[in-house]
Design a protein around this ligand. Structure first.
Ligand SMILES: Cc1cc2nc3c(=O)[nH]c(=O)nc-3n(C[C@H](O)[C@H](O)[C@H](O)COP(=O)(O)O)c2cc1C
Length: 166
């Protein structure tokens, strides 16, 4: 079962968490929400708060929920759940009930925004700041190669207001 922890107690390597384990970004409410796999992001400190940063392209269905809601959750899993994350990162919730298909179990114990029973770490984040990645800011011109369709990610910085681990 999940236990609430102080984010300062987190003893995971952030690079492994994001690049190897990946995460699910979930936004919405129990009756209507969406989730997607992400591996770009960060955990850190800003505005004297513990924060998580995520980067979401505007065509994602999850983007619509992120725009409407004041919070989002990040769920991290052990590698045994990689097939589910692969599925949730390759299909859109606009077209299919991919969450049901993934076999993962959404729950809202102690939160408004759903997260997943099978996760080993969950961060509940309150949106503080959002801004689109802008090509004017590209110092390394190779960054343009990520945006042939000009679908610049929106960066969301959220205060970590709750953290659950098992
Ligand atoms: C490993 C992995 C990492 C991903 N990271 C991101 C990311 O950081 N930002 C993003 O916008 N999309 C990312 N995606 C793509 C979305 O997960 C994918 O487009 C998904 O189908 C969107 O679902 P939705 O339309 O239901 O929101 C990633 C996909 C995978 C498989």
């Amino acid at each position: 079962m999940f236990q609430t922890i102080d984010p300062k107690q987190l003893n995971k390597n952030v690079f492994s968490l994001l690049e190897e384990q990946w995460m699910l970004i979930t936004a919405g409410e129990e009756t209507k929400f969406n989730t997607m796999t992400a591996s770009w992001g960060g955990l850190g400190v800003l505005f004297h708060k513990n924060v998580a940063t995520i980067y979401v392209r505007p065509q994602r269905y999850t983007f619509e929920f992120l725009e409407q809601q004041s919070e989002f959750t990040l769920s991290f899993f052990d590698v045994s759940h990689r097939p589910a994350l692969q599925l949730l990162g390759s299909k859109s919730g606009r077209d299919t009930d991919k969450i049901k298909e993934s076999g993962l179990t959404p729950i809202t114990t102690g939160t408004t925004t759903p997260y997943f029973e099978e996760a080993e770490l969950v961060l509940v984040c309150r949106k503080l700041y959002a801004q689109d990645i802008s090509p004017e800011g590209f110092i390394d011109p190779s960054l343009h190669s990520f945006y042939e369709k000009k679908d610049y990610h929106r960066m969301y910085i959220g205060e970590i207001v709750q953290a659950f681990t098992k």
